[in-house]
Design a protein around this ligand. Structure first.
Ligand code: ATP
Ligand code: MG
Length: 304
């Protein structure tokens, strides 16, 4: 084959992508991730629907578990999408987060191991959780119920989790408030689409209120850009806008729009388990590495 043909072939988009993936896989494999000194509890929240909350929860959790961390996912959305994606049972008669928040079951009684690689467990959500917003209203310490259950469980564990991720429903009701009160860090996924920033100020205002009145340790530590399509100017513009507004919080890694990411849940798997070499998988592994290397924000007088 003449040399000129070889060089042309090496510059095709496919060849470039293959080379890029190989380089990224190598970079990921070359340095192990540090473990946090204390449990980092993240709430993944955005009251906008379909922005990638559950996908981000599941894939970051899977990526960190694969790197050797002990990880728990708490599914706090009645849709139960995180439970499905992690391959755990969540039929209506399954013991779930509902029994913890409304029924006072210990958290340890409802935790299931996920079939994903590594030490990854899940507290499932069932359809019963749909009524919990209303049932919570009349309960004592209604905003603190998840925090109390989680703190008690963490205290009783010989080897506590390195990371806990709480997947929220697309609303700012009492379930989401329970998640904010239970967490130290908030991770906001933002879809690279028009209207991305709409509603964000309301979310931040709510978080500020929680910080003032219910959980002084709460910190919006991480923003992740999701469903990015590099071919559109709009996606680039939104990404730049978000970076201008939140230079400290936005991760360098952007999650691309990828069919493999959306296919994985139907196999009860993360994209990392489903197609480890895909661009979606590599991006979530890179985002997880950034989160691990940045470490937790330092908060004066932290209780946990
Ligand atoms: N990077 C991606 N590429 C392609 N599809 C994606 C990507 N991320 C998420 N999706 C798909 O977009 C849809 C919404 O994602 P997801 O369920 O994670 O959002 P959500 O914010 O949790 O939604 P909800 O507000 O309903 O809880 C799902 O069908 C998911 O498979
Ligand atoms: Mg969801």
């Amino acid at each position: 084959m003449p040399a000129s043909t070889v060089s042309t072939e090496a510059e095709t988009p496919l060849a470039r992508e293959v080379a890029d993936h190989a380089r990224r896989r190598q970079a990921l494999a070359s340095a192990p991730l540090p473990l946090p000194d204390r449990t980092r509890v993240f709430t993944i929240s955005n009251q906008k629907g379909g922005v990638g909350k559950t996908t981000t929860t599941v894939n970051l959790a899977a990526a960190l578990a694969l790197s050797g961390a002990k990880v728990l996912v708490i599914d706090l959305d009645p849709q139960g999408n995180a439970s499905t994606a992690l391959g755990v049972e969540h039929r209506s008669d399954t013991a779930s987060v509902y029994d913890v928040i409304i029924g006072d079951s210990p958290l340890g009684d409802v935790i299931q191991a996920s079939p994903e690689a590594g030490d990854l467990s899940c507290v499932p959500a069932t359809i019963h959780l749909a009524g919990a917003e209303i049932e919570l209203v009349s309960l004592v310490a209604r905003e603190q119920r998840l925090r109390r259950a989680l703190d008690l469980h963490l205290k009783q564990m010989e080897e506590p989790y390195d990371y806990v991720f709480i997947d929220c429903p697309p609303s700012l009701g009492l379930l989401t408030i329970n998640a904010f009160v239970a967490a130290n860090e908030v991770l906001i996924p933002i879809q690279c689409e028009y209207y991305a920033l709409e509603g964000l100020s309301q979310l931040l205002k709510n978080i500020e209120l929680i910080e003032k009145h219910l959980n002084p340790e709460l910190n919006v530590s991480t923003i992740l850009l999701t469903m990015y399509d590099s071919r559109t100017n709009l996606a680039n513009q939104v990404a730049q806008d978000v970076r201008d507004h939140f230079p400290q919080q936005v991760l360098a890694t952007i999650i691309p729009r990828s069919v493999r990411v959306s296919e994985a849940p139907s196999y009860g798997q993360s994209v990392i388990g489903y197609d480890p070499g895909s661009s979606g998988s590599l991006s979530y592994l890179e985002a997880a590495a950034e989160i691990a290397r940045r470490g937790a924000p330092i908060i004066e007088g932290a209780r946990r």
